[in-house]
Write a protein that binds this ligand. Structure first.
Ligand code: PLP
Length: 377
């Protein structure tokens, strides 16, 4: 048997040969859309901080005040003594924003998904999910032990075919989709999926991590079979995840979602900054429109299909080519991460650009020109 270090070394060498090795790079991020690495400044097109709120002075102030009043840590799980007073007002505000009766906050978006899915379905139940859903939804499904099948991305017909084939032989059935797809930037047919839930006696979980605060602030009618989850860590510039649904479903999750029950509550500072972010989003709808407008300006500059969300992929296919493209951009002062399998399907390695309210037209135009100059589009 190999030693642990030998085992790890072998596995890392294979990753490296495949151009799939990942490393942690230290970054300094305290200057709006700019990011610093080894004292060099880059314009970032890779942050999910769509509204620049992670550095907003009102959020910082809220975090500091909350820390002074409540301390740095919550001290226990929410079900024990960690449920500090700030939770209630934020959950109330999220439910209002999402047009649902109730909401519950989890430690992160990841924890929300791996807690919620196994609470709703298990052995003998059925999950039908879009092919390109986020990794943490897949982890949640695997944890649940339910049977699961995936349909061709955004293809409602294929989804219905799977329902026809498998629905009757299972107990409960949960459909799962990203709302805005995290690596592709396109949008799921939520209304059509809700219609399928009615036709086939199913429930829907949609993950709005990238839409909340950017394109989908309040666009679904409340539906008793639709569970909406999302994160406080992207446009809201804070941390944490949420699930919004009717009150009975939320009460059920509080009793059954293990990632909520067996994990410490979030620090007061985080909840206070997310609450402040939500207030800003409601007071300043123009701010929320900017990331999409910037993404659309970029796609127009390059004659690409018009962006549907602040995320624009440029699929290059091969891992090595994508890494080199990312390097070229870096040499020109732009940060756009190379996204490789297994995060995306094989042969679809890509540059993934995310647009923020803070980018200027000039920065976007110059990025587009750099891509053209180096024949990357
Ligand atoms: C980022 C992301 C998550 C995870 O949210 P965190 O709060 O970062 O854990 C879940 N789903 C999707 C689609 C995401 O993009």
């Amino acid at each position: 048997m190999a030693t642990l270090a030998q085992y790890a070394d072998h596995a890392l060498k294979i990753k490296s040969q495949e151009c799939r090795l990942r490393t942690l790079n230290t970054v300094k991020r305290n200057d709006g859309i700019y990011l610093y690495q080894e004292n060099k400044r880059y314009v970032s097109f890779s942050c999910n901080d769509y509204l620049g709120l992670s550095q907003n002075s009102a959020l910082k102030h809220a975090a500091i005040t909350a820390t002074e009043h409540h301390g740095t840590g919550a001290g226990a799980s929410r079900l024990v003594t960690g449920n500090h007073t700030l939770y209630e007002q934020l959950e109330h505000a999220i439910a209002k924003q999402k047009n649902t009766e109730s909401a519950v906050i989890f430690g992160s978006g990841y924890l929300a998904n791996i807690g919620t899915i196994p609470a709703l379905v298990g052995k003998g139940d059925l999950v039908i999910a879009d092919k390109l859903i986020h990794a943490c939804l897949i982890d949640g499904i695997k944890l649940s032990g339910a049977s699961w099948y995936r349909f061709t991305h955004n293809n409602i017909k294929k989804c219905e075919e799977l329902l026809k084939k498998y629905r009757d032989s299972h107990n409960n059935c949960l459909l799962i989709t990203d709302h805005v797809f995290s690596m592709d930037g396109d949008i799921a047919p939520i209304k059509e999926l809700v219609t399928l839930t009615k036709k086939y006696d199913a429930w829907l979980l949609s993950d709005d991590a990238h839409g909340f605060g950017t394109i989908s602030n309040r666009n679904f009618p409340d539906d008793e079979n639709h569970i909406q989850m999302g994160t406080l860590s992207k446009a809201l510039g804070a941390y944490g995840g949420y699930v919004a649904a009717n009150k009975t479903v939320i009460d059920y999750l509080i009793n059954n979602a293990r990632s909520l029950i067996y994990s410490t509550a979030l620090p007061p500072a985080v909840i206070a900054s997310a609450y402040t972010a939500l207030k800003i989003i409601n007071q300043d709808p123009k701010l929320c429109e900017k990331p999409l407008k910037n993404a659309q300006y970029f796609t127009k500059c390059l004659n690409l299909p018009l962006a549907q969300s602040p995320i624009v992929p440029l699929i290059l296919g091969n891992e090595g080519k994508t890494l080199r493209a990312s390097e070229i951009l870096k040499e020109n002062g732009y940060l756009a991460s190379a996204i490789r399998p297994p995060t995306v399907p094989n042969n679809t390695a890509r540059l993934r650009f995310t647009f923020s309210a803070l980018h200027t037209k000039k920065q976007i135009k110059e990025l587009a020109n750099t891509l053209l100059q180096h024949q990357l589009v």
